[in-house]
Design a protein around this ligand. Structure first.
Ligand SMILES: Cc1cc2nc3c(=O)[nH]c(=O)nc-3n(C[C@H](O)[C@H](O)[C@H](O)COP(=O)(O)OP(=O)(O)OC[C@H]3O[C@@H](n4cnc5c(N)ncnc54)[C@H](O)[C@@H]3O)c2cc1C
Length: 380
């Protein structure tokens, strides 16, 4: 196994946080459709947003296996929405600042995000386009020393309370060559949170529609080079998809363990439900598939940790683990009978929450496109 005693110590810290500080609040925060904002600071103090960032920006400089541990243990809070907001903060909206940002940009945006003092969001998807990133319309025009931004962003996680947004905008011609990334402070005039979106799951996550109407921000907030944004976004997607695979595997394992425990206690026709061979075999199938998903994901983690090109492996891990999690949710809810359909059982929430994983961060169809392209199938 790749984990050392240091990883295991960290595992205990994350598990304690998830099970003692978060889990007991799940019903209240799910009903409120949010978790307290102070938790960003608390997680920042615990070092959870800086796991793999270098010490120079306030991170721990740890290897990516610590990130795997974080994902594996955080699912135990059983609020996929909260976990998603945390992952946006550390793995989705900010890695590109570490890769491309100037010292000034890191000081103003990345360091406070790692500390949990500023909330970060990523704005790529728009009302008219998601998978087809190259067709985004939100425009940034150069005016003097500023960019003036007009447009809208859809499904923006942390969008309702973000202090800044890593924002994809069109600065050039139509298509993928005309896109740039900007760091957008949400106190800019003309920015407006349109509405908080009501979802079928991930209730503790803040998901918003955002409007930009003549927003002026300084040109020094450009990340990297102008019109190179599409490439930056595609690179940034890799970490996002890898954490999605990790939480799919860990969430699936937790759901299966719950179902085994439940069927061990529940009786029907004078015996435990688990004593029916159909359930023993179904659980054996799921355990085998989850182990396969874990191995595929760990392989991607290992390559990513060594900074090797692994788009193919990450796409496969997200595709396989995300699709499998749907089957796990279905079977494990079925094993609970009517109780599985009740809000008070965690499997009900898991079923709703995990549905997102084959859509967000690139759909399963897009993962297949990427894999097919790497097989050379799109050129033939
Ligand atoms: C809760 C939630 C949170 C999100 N958070 C964020 C966020 O923080 N920031 C952000 O930028 N985005 C976010 N998203 C957006 C998410 O990444 C997109 O929803 C996703 O990329 C799909 O885009 P779309 O919804 O526009 O679907 P579309 O692109 O319109 O796709 C519709 C269907 O067509 C299929 N399809 C599209 N293209 C192809 C193709 N080439 N071949 C075959 N099938 C295809 C898709 O797979 C899908 O099944 C979030 C979404 C949700 C639901």
């Amino acid at each position: 196994m790749p984990f050392t005693s240091d990883h295991e110590l960290f595992r205990k810290t994350v598990r304690d946080f998830a099970e003692k500080e978060l889990l007991p609040n799940r019903k209240e925060w799910e009903a409120a459709r949010q978790f307290p904002e102070e938790l960003f600071k608390r997680a920042g103090q615990l070092g959870f947003f800086g796991i793999c960032y270098p010490e120079s920006v306030g991170g721990s400089g740890a290897d990516y296996w610590f990130k795997a541990v974080f994902c594996e243990e955080m699912v135990r809070c059983r609020m996929a929405g909260l976990l998603m907001d945390f992952l946006v903060q550390a793995d989705i909206a900010t890695p590109v600042i570490q890769t491309l940002g100037t010292e000034e940009q890191k000081r103003e945006f990345l360091i406070p995000a790692i500390r949990g003092e500023k909330i970060a969001a990523l704005g790529v998807t728009e009302p008219g386009c998601g998978s087809d990133v190259a067709s985004l319309q939100t425009r940034a025009e150069k005016k003097g020393d500023d960019y003036v931004i007009n447009g809208a962003k859809m499904f923006c996680t942390n969008g309702g309370r973000a202090d800044f947004i890593t924002l994809a905008v069109r600065t050039g011609a139509p298509g993928h060559r005309g896109i740039s990334l900007l760091l957008f402070p949400t106190d800019a005039k003309g920015f407006r949170v349109g509405r908080k979106l009501e979802k079928i799951g991930n209730h503790t996550s803040d998901t918003a529609l955002l409007h930009f109407e003549g927003c002026r921000i300084p040109r020094r907030y450009l990340l990297g080079e102008e019109n190179q944004g599409f490439k930056y976004i595609m690179n940034n997607f890799q970490g996002e998809r890898l954490v999605a695979a990790l939480i799919s595997v860990a969430g699936s394992q937790l759901a299966l363990d719950d179902a085994v425990r439940y069927t061990r206690e529940r009786e029907a026709f004078g015996k435990r439900v688990l004593d029916f061979q159909v359930w023993q075999h179904r659980f054996a199938d799921l355990e085998t598939a989850i182990e396969a998903a874990r191995r595929l994901t760990y392989h991607a983690v290992s390559l990513f940790d060594q900074k090797k090109e692994c788009t193919r492996e990450i796409s496969m891990a997200k595709l396989f683990a995300g699709d499998l999690a749907q089957r796990v949710a279905y079977d494990c809810l079925q094993a609970h009978g009517g109780y599985g359909y009740m809000e008070e059982y965690d499997i009900a929430r898991f079923t709703r929450d995990i549905r997102l994983i084959t859509i967000g961060a690139g759909t399963s169809e897009i993962m297949k496109e990427i894999i097919a392209r790497r097989m050379g199938l799109l050129d033939s």
